[in-house]
Design a protein around this ligand. Structure first.
Ligand code: GLN
Length: 296
C-alpha cells in the first residue's frame, strides 16, 4: 500500500478519545477531537492526513531534541541523569530522594530539567534554531499563551528542580532553568514539522542538510532511551503495541522512529491516565501492524 493511502486509512479508522491535559490551563482548551498524522521518509518527503498541518504544543517531545543537542556536545550529561525506565508518572518526585537527586532518565520531567540545566543559558533558543532548520519551517516559535500558562502552574517542576539542587545536581539558578524548560515545552509545531525534525534519528544521526548531529552510536542511544523511557510508566505497553522508539507529550503529540526508513508524528490531544495520546498510540499501533515496520 502507498504511504499516502496508508495514512489516509489510519486517519479514517482511529477514534480520538481520552481527556485533554487539564493541569496546564491553556492546553485544556484544545479540541479533543483533533487528529493529525504525518510520515516523513528519509528523502524528506512528507505524507500527511487529518490535521497534520495544525500546530500544537510539543511539550515533552522537546526532551528528545534537548537530549540530542546535549549529547552532540559531550557525554557529560550521563553523570547527572540515568537511563533506566522509572515506572513512575512523568512528574514524580519520589525516586529522587532515594537516588541522590539523579533522575532515572532524561524523558521524565526531572531528567529533562537536568538536561536543560546542562545545556545552560539560551537552551530554548538553541532548540528553536535546531527545530527551525530541521523542520524547514523558519516561522516556528514558542506559543506565548501556553508558556505563560505553564509557568504560572509550575510548582511541581520548581519543586523537582529545587530538590535536585539540594543534591548539587543543578548548576544554574532554578528559576532560570524552569523558565527555559517551559519555553521548550511550549514550542508549537505541526505533525509535518515534527516528522521532518525527527528524521535525523531515522538517518542514524545525520541532519537534513547532510551534516551529522550525532554519531551512529549517539543516535542509537537516543532511540534506545526513547523505546525504554519515552512514554513514562507506559513504555512497556508502548513497546509491546508499537515496537518503535517513541516519545509522547501532554499536548497529545507522539513521535516515533523507524531507523533507516522514516519518522512519524501523530497528534490527538485526548490522553490516557499516563499522559499519552489515546488515538496517537492507536494510530502508531496500526501503522506498524499494517506496514510490518518495527525494530523487532
Ligand atoms: N509529559 C509532558 O509532556 C509534560 C511536560 C509539561 N511541560 C510538564 O512539565 O509537566
Amino acid at each position: 500500500m502507498e504511504l499516502q493511502q496508508l495514512v489516509n486509512r489510519i486517519a479514517a479508522e482511529v477514534t480520538p478519545g481520552g481527556e485533554v491535559a487539564g493541569y496546564i490551563p491553556a492546553l485544556a482548551r484544545t479540541d479533543p477531537h483533533a487528529f493529525g498524522l504525518a510520515v516523513a521518509t528519509l528523502d524528506g518527503e512528507v505524507f500527511g492526513a487529518g490535521d497534520h498541518l495544525t500546530p500544537f504544543s510539543i511539550q515533552s517531545i522537546s526532551k528528545v531534541f534537548t537530549l540530542a543537542l546535549a549529547l552532540s556536545r559531550d557525554d557529560g550529561v550521563w553523570s547527572r541523569v540515568g537511563r533506566e525506565p522509572s515506572g513512575s508518572p512523568f512528574n514524580s518526585l519520589v525516586q529522587l530522594e532515594t537516588e541522590q537527586g539523579i533522575p532515572r532518565n532524561p524523558f521524565i520531567n526531572a531528567g529533562a530539567l537536568v538536561v536543560t540545566d546542562h545545556l545552560g543559558l539560551g537552551a530554548a533558543d538553541r532548540l528553536l534554531g535546531f527545530l527551525r532548520r530541521e523542520s524547514g519551517n523558519p516561522a516556528l516559535d514558542v506559543d506565548p499563551e501556553v508558556a505563560k500558562s505553564e509557568l504560572g502552574h509550575s510548582d511541581r517542576n520548581r519543586a523537582l528542580a529545587h530538590f535536585m539542587s539540594s543534591y548539587g545536581n543543578m548548576r544554574n539558578d532554578v528559576d532560570v532553568v524552569v523558565r527555559e524548560y517551559v519555553r521548550q515545552c511550549s514550542i508549537a509545531m505541526s505533525c509535518a514539522d515534527l516528522a521532518r525534525a525527527t528524521l535525523f534519528l531515522a538517518r542514524h544521526g545525520v541532519r537534513n542538510d547532510g551534516t551529522r548531529l550525532l554519531g551512529v552510536s549517539g543516535a542509537k542511544r537516543v532511540n534506545a532511551v526513547m523505546l525504554t523511557c519515552g512514554t513514562y510508566d507506559a513504555a512497556g505497553q508502548f513497546a509491546y503495541r508499537v515496537g518503535l522508539p517513541g516519545k509522547s507529550g501532554v499536548g497529545g503529540g507522539v513521535i516515533a522512529v523507524v531507523p533507516g526508513r522514516c519518522a512519524i508524528c501523530v497528534w490527538s490531544p485526548g490522553l490516557d491516565a499516563r499522559g499519552n495520546s489515546v488515538a496517537g498510540v492507536d494510530a502508531l499501533d496500526r501503522f506498524t501492524t499494517l506496514t510490518g515496520w518495527s525494530v523487532f
